[in-house]
Each structure stands twice: as structure tokens, then as C-alpha cells.
Design a protein around this ligand. Structure first.
Ligand code: SF4
Length: 265
């Protein structure tokens, strides 16, 4: 019992001893009025920010698009369509699929249904069957039917010419709306897909954390004379030259302007 008391006393003494002061012989230890401040845990070191590339100047942007235009004066998209309605359907089907794959399916679908009325007459089961080679085809078939119904119910069967109205259609987001406005109606919109996002960030043309930031950057930077075709030039550049894994920098016509630290020329 005595042993226990001694031990407790010793512990209790140690606990009230101010840190750094030795006990002074027999005198009672002083108890600090203020409670000892809690030691803050050390701050975690912040992860270094990835180096962002310096944005292009106006003169550099003009130079780049002058070169794109010289190399390909009439750039064309690769998705096949017959009219604005089939363009909406083709773009909606192209999410997470290649244009080649979509064209393969729509070559069978569009001759049977090139209007919302005909698509509804065909029915979801048949549409699903015809597009089953495309990824996410079940959901896409549902959307094609739903967007056809909405076009008939709200827009007299016509494709509307505004981004807000297009975005009310099932399966149609900002990117699809921008493609439709550009290709079907000749508007100077820029749809940012995976290729444009990569090219905008790598080169320094329009760095941004998300597709909307890149889109707004491209809109701000690209002179009006190039805007309508900019989407196609950049998509083709990203698809065939500035490809994701191993960009073909040695044949890139904007290599001297590109700010990507990993470019190979
Ligand atoms: S130099 Fe290379 S990384 Fe830069 S834009 Fe051209 S292909 Fe892309």
C-alpha cells in the first residue's frame, strides 16, 4: 500500500512540475496558474503546385491560328449527320465513344430515322439494337427517344438555336450544345472535349482547371476571324498531332510557340 502511495505522489509531482525547471530540493513545487498551452501539431507541408505554363500572347495566338488555317483552310468535323436533328443525336451518341464508332452505327440508324417523329416510330428497342456497338448504348438509346419526345413537345420538332434550350434536351450538355451551335448553325462556339482540354493546357493557349475555364479562355483569346473554325482545328490537332500519350512534336506546326515543358522539340 505504502509503495502505491509513493508512486502516486511521485507521478503527481512530475505532472505539475513546469517544464524545463528542476525541482528545488525540499520546497513545494509551484503550480502555474495558467494551464500549459497545448502544443500544436506541426503543419503538414503543402504539396508543391504543378508549374502552370505561361499563357500565349495575342500575337502568338494569331500566329498559331494563321498557321492552322494555312495548313487546313476548311477544317471539317468527322461525325456524319444529315440535318441538325441527326447532328444532335450523333453528338449525344459520341460521349465516351469515337467518331468512327458512332458513324458506323448511325449509317444504319439515320436512313431509318432522320427526324424526331421517325425516331419515335422506330422505338427505343430498335434504336438500342441499332446502336449497340457504341459504349453506354442502353442509356444513349433512352436519351435519343427522350430528346426526340422533348423536341416534339417543346420545340415543334425543330432543333432550337440557343445553348440554354439545347441543354434542356436529355443527354445534351454544354459541350454537345456548343458543337450543334457551331456545326448546324455556324455560331462561333467552342466545344471543349478531351482533346481541346489537353491542347489548351499543354500549349499555354488557354490553361484552365476544367473544360469551362478552358472554353472561356479560348473564347477570350481567339480572334473573331478564327473562332468559328477554331474548334475543328484544335480537335484535329489534339487527335492527330498533340495526342495524349506521345505527342508528335516533331511534326507540330506550333511547336515553337508551345510552352509544354515535356515537348520533344
Ligand atoms: S509541340 Fe508537342 S506538346 Fe506542344 S502542341 Fe505541339 S505536339 Fe503538342
Amino acid at each position: 500500500m505504502a509503495k502505491v502511495t509513493t508512486k502516486l505522489a511521485a507521478n503527481s509531482k512530475a505532472s505539475i512540475e513546469p517544464s524545463g525547471n528542476k525541482p528545488s530540493g525540499k520546497s513545494a513545487p509551484k503550480v502555474s496558474a495558467k494551464p500549459k498551452a497545448k502544443t500544436k501539431p506541426p503543419k503538414k507541408p503543402k504539396a508543391p503546385k504543378p508549374k502552370s505554363v505561361k499563357a500565349w500572347s495575342e500575337a502568338e495566338v494569331t500566329e498559331a491560328f494563321t498557321r492552322f488555317r494555312r495548313a487546313n483552310p476548311e477544317p471539317k468535323g468527322e461525325l456524319e449527320y444529315i440535318n441538325p436533328y441527326t447532328l444532335v443525336v450523333a453528338v449525344a451518341l459520341s460521349a465516351q465513344a469515337t467518331d468512327v464508332g458512332v458513324n458506323k452505327a448511325t449509317r444504319n440508324l439515320f436512313p431509318l430515322a432522320d427526324t424526331p417523329q421517325k425516331m419515335l416510330a422506330l422505338g427505343e428497342d430498335r434504336v438500342r439494337e441499332l446502336i449497340k456497338t457504341i459504349g453506354l448504348y442502353r442509356n444513349k438509346a433512352k436519351n435519343v427517344i427522350a430528346l426526340s419526345e422533348k423536341l416534339l413537345a417543346d420545340y415543334g420538332g425543330e432543333v432550337p438555336r440557343s445553348r440554354e434550350a439545347l441543354e434542356t434536351l436529355p443527354g445534351v450538355g454544354r459541350k454537345t450544345a456548343n458543337v450543334v451551335l457551331n456545326m448546324a448553325f455556324g455560331e462561333p462556339t467552342i466545344a471543349v472535349d478531351t482533346h481541346l482540354f489537353r491542347v489548351g493546357n499543354r500549349t499555354g493557349l488557354a490553361p484552365g482547371k476544367n473544360p469551362l475555364e478552358v472554353e472561356l479562355g479560348l473564347e477570350r483569346m481567339i480572334p473573331a476571324e478564327f473562332k468559328r473554325q477554331a474548334h475543328h482545328w484544335l480537335i484535329l490537332h489534339g487527335r492527330y498531332t498533340c495526342i495524349a500519350r506521345k505527342p508528335l512534336c516533331e511534326r507540330c506546326i506550333v511547336a515553337d510557340l508551345c510552352r509544354w515543358p515535356e515537348k520533344t522539340v
